[in-house]
Design a protein around this ligand. Structure first.
Ligand SMILES: [Zn+2]
Length: 295
């Protein structure tokens, strides 16, 4: 806006200069100077028109393209990137990585599979085993990267353990995608907002948080980022696993994985209610059905 202002001011100054009696005198004595001033006016008019055209076009804001998930493994090493197509995955040279990503393709519900742009093997140096990372693409679509740790693949894994890991990560994809497009920041607790805004309040994830995470717990998360140990100890029976007590997102993912894969009877109390939560919504019921057909 300040540039635009400068151009307008410049244009007005030149116009005054041309219209002033002094400039009339200059006109007769120096035609070349007048021609130069006219050129300058023409140039300013062109630039002004361009600026006005630009300001009339809705501009994409910078933040929209920034990864909203700050935990993207920036400092870890990428050991192989593969696009999410049957052909690309079938050509992965590492047998275990190929096996793993083929399974991801099988277990990811059809609505979400096309949103995974890329698979990657990374060296996470032990933790985590897997991670998903969502971000806005330049065309405004919300897409995902799916990472697996080199060591996890190298150590070997059971089919059941692998399926659980995949369903957990897929739960993050479902929860976060369902929360887009983001709402204005002021509509949720600061802890739940990211650099774009709040997940949609009517998303499955936000309903889950509203039901199971108190204002006090969110305040504490905001201050300390992880309250796993205290949270797990203070709330016996409230989480389906210790990892779930880490934060609301992990609670959502772990509870969803239990809803899909586990017998409901293994969880009582609040942990059981969290599993039942997903049974109340047709969206999660049909996702479960679809995942189970591939297990
Ligand atoms: Zn997770």
């Amino acid at each position: 806006m300040s540039i635009l202002y400068r151009y307008i001011t410049g244009g007005i100054l030149v116009a005054i200069l041309l219209a002033s009696p002094g400039s009339v005198a200059a006109q007769s004595s120096d035609q070349a100077q007048l021609a130069l001033l006219r050129q300058l006016v023409a140039l300013l008019q062109t630039q002004l028109a361009e600026l006005l055209a630009q300001s009339a076009t809705p501009q994409r804001t910078q933040t929209q393209y920034e990864p909203y998930n700050t935990s993207v493994p920036e400092r870890t090493i990428n050991l192989g990137k593969y696009s999410n197509t049957a052909r690309s995955v079938s050509q992965i040279p590492d047998e275990r990585a190929k096996f793993f990503f083929e399974r991801v393709r099988e277990l990811t519900p059809s609505k979400y599979l096309p949103l995974i742009e890329q698979f990657e093997v990374r060296d996470f140096r032990g933790s985590p085993d897997a991670q998903v990372f969502g971000h806005y693409r330049s065309d405004n679509g919300f897409v995902w990267h799916f990472y697996i740790d080199r060591e996890y693949l190298a150590n070997g894994f059971s089919q059941a353990g692998m399926d659980e890991l995949i369903v957990h990560e897929v739960a993050h994809i479902i929860g976060d995608t369902d929360g887009t497009p983001f709402e204005v920041r002021s509509r949720c607790h600061d802890y739940l907002a990211n650099n774009i805004g709040c997940p949609r309040l009517d998303s499955l994830y936000m309903k889950f948080v509203a039901e199971f995470w108190s204002e006090k717990q969110l305040d504490e998360m905001q201050r300390r980022n992880s309250i796993t140990e205290q949270n797990y100890a203070r709330n016996p029976g409230s989480f389906v696993s210790r990892y779930a007590s880490r934060n609301p997102k992990e609670d959502f993912a772990e509870s969803f994985a239990q809803f899909v894969l586990d017998d409901r009877n293994s969880h009582r109390g609040v942990a059981g209610e969290k599993v039942d939560f997903f049974d109340r919504y047709s969206m999660s019921r049909s996702l479960k059905e679809e995942i189970l057909t591939d297990l």
